[in-house]
Write a protein that binds this ligand. Sequence first.
Ligand code: ATP
Length: 304
Amino acid sequence: MDYCLTTSNLTKRYRKCYALNGLTMHVPCGAIYGLIGKNGAGKTTLIRMICGLQHPTNGSYAIYGANHTDKEIYKARKRMGAVVETPSVYSFMTAEENLKQQYILLGKPSYGNIEALLDLVGLSNTGNKKVKNFSLGMRQRLGIALALAGDPDFIVLDEPVNGLDPQGIVEIRELIIKLNKERNITFMISSHILGELSKLATYYGFVDRGRIIKEISAAELEKACRRCLVIHVDSSERLAPALDSANVEYKLITDTEAEIYSEITITRLNKVLSDNGITLVKISEKDEDLESYYINLLGGKDNA
Ligand code: ATP
């Protein structure tokens, strides 16, 4: 798999406080990577670091294979766009003027596609309206347009839906999905709201106290959260062959414990087991949603 971003044991220390504490992660090219963590977990520090705004105390990171200490990193970073914390926009200018300013900063020779860019982010009809009169959602979309000005392959957004109303959230979500699908732009999006990210992320990195505690694809996460029956039996050797013989979809948790994903009645399941000389000791239902998966990862409600 190709990665836009990898980090290895990334550490940032401020006196006694570790903002990042050995963080290792992998952002696959083409993904919408949701970086999930509660306030203070280290998300902004990580993002500022990969944007070159802060230096690691220890560890390393690579963007498109270029290590942060190599001179190639400058070239690699040009393939990246970012909106860190609140978008840096000139509030006394219009959206178009802000984009022109960005083009000048990037040394782009013509303003040719500014109109198309404004159209892409849904700001084409803002005319002479100054940014100071924009809604928060419009500002966010302008921030994304500014990040897009350099034609990036990889965009990093720090809490892009923070403070937005439901309509604004939907607009940002749809824009990200569109850019990912139509332009094949990889996204890394930080948030503490798992429910929101779950509507668009294809990969997740769960960050806690400065380190990644789990990386998982959306498909794997969905599977992990699938509704299932959990059975405990008395026999350790016969369980798998018995379930196989009845074409039951399952996952062995231990020798005597399995999760059953097939639609099967308890009566039939019990019969399959007893026909194979296995006694069902305990059965329960598991129906975990993303939020409880996350809370369990963090070690329960008290730590979440
Ligand atoms: P939030 O969602 O609240 O923005 P976050 O996950 O982005 O949180 P960071 O802002 O990266 O977290 O902060 C991680 C930890 O590092 C926090 O405990 C924070 O107080 C600490 N920290 C960040 N910047 C500094 C700094 N300049 N000096 C001292 N401590 C800092």
